[in-house]
Ligand binder design. Structure first.
Ligand code: ADP
Length: 296
């Protein structure tokens, strides 16, 4: 398989040790054409200075954890990027970094920036490239301080500009493109529930598509301890999910092509729920030997 040899490629740190500053500099000089800018709320120079400070080597670096995987999950809203990225993260011992989670953390703070962001996110729009890269850079720097050396990205890159910048600074080993029928995507987003206390994701939808090409995905119900604490994401309404799907097709599908051309894209059609899909995904990734340690 064309992508298989990339799975265990060793990390080459040369000239890529200051990702944040590079990303910020790249963005400062690139003209982002995606979505409204939140400037002047985001001051790139200030962010870059902060990042320079935070990227100075840690005085007591902890040993590297996990292996040096640099993987990316692509796929439409609701496809299950978070579920499978998180399982692989546990299996491989590398952090799962979801830019949607970073954005939601930012939204939970108060202030003008947060309300401007909320306006975009709750209408299904992407946030500006410079903003998301600044958030990601901070997260990567914090991880570096803790000794993290690889990651599974979920929800980034979502535009060709983001992909080009990432490609300029990191050797992405593999891009897993998850696929699911569109009617299942909508139902999954509408059925998604999150425990407001522990953050676990559940799904109350029962997807049962009939016919030769049909599929069955049972609900993923919460345990009693989470039952009374379930919340729904503000952007998981029918109207906003349709807009997110439209935005995905317009802005993120070209990213699939970007990685396909580079021979890094692994297409993976989900055959059903977790019990069918997880073992099949492990086989596609040649990770069956590791599955003893995988979470059930
Ligand atoms: P989805 O279920 O649509 O994949 P996510 O949880 O990944 O949702 O992201 C939630 C929202 O956060 C997105 O709709 C978008 O507004 C914002 N967001 C997340 N990642 C990015 C990104 N890489 N670029 C721009 N906006 C992003």
């Amino acid at each position: 398989m064309a992508v298989a040899h990339r799975l265990f490629r060793p990390f080459t740190p040369a000239a890529k040790n200051n990702l944040s500053s590079f990303l910020i500099r790249s963005l400062s000089s690139s003209s982002s054409t995606h979505g409204p800018s939140l400037d002047p709320e985001i001051d790139l120079k200030e962010a870059a200075a902060e990042l320079e400070k935070s990227s100075s080597p840690s005085s007591s670096p902890s040993p590297s954890k996990g292996r040096n995987f640099h993987w990316v999950f692509l796929g439409c809203p609701g496809v299950g990027k978070g579920t499978y990225a998180s399982r692989l993260s546990t299996l491989l011992g590398v952090p799962h970094i979801a830019t949607g989670d970073l954005v939601r953390e930012e939204l939970s703070s108060s202030g003008l920036l947060s309300s401007q962001l909320k306006e975009l996110v709750n209408h299904g729009k992407l946030v500006p490239d410079e903003f998301i890269i600044s958030l990601l850079s901070k997260r990567l720097e914090a991880g570096k301080e803790k000794g993290e050396s690889g990651y599974i990205l979920d929800g980034f890159p979502r535009t060709v500009t983001q992909a080009e910048i990432l490609e300029g600074v990191i050797n992405v080993d593999l891009v897993i493109n998850l696929k699911l029928k569109e009617e299942a995507l909508l139902a999954k987003c509408l059925g998604r529930r999150i425990c407001s206390e522990c953050g676990a994701n559940y799904n109350v939808a029962c997807i049962d598509i009939k016919g030769d090409d049909g599929m069955y995905m049972p609900p993923l119900l919460p345990p009693p301890k989470c039952e009374s604490k379930l919340i729904t994401r503000a952007d998981d309404t029918a109207e906003v999910v349709k807009e997110r799907l439209r935005v995905y097709n317009k802005m993120t599908q070209p990213v699939e092509e970007f990685y396909r051309k580079r021979g890094k894209l692994l297409e993976f059609e989900l055959p059903g729920g977790i019990p069918q899909s997880w073992p099949k995904l492990l086989r596609a990734l040649h990770l069956e030997d590791d599955k003893q340690s995988a979470i059930a």
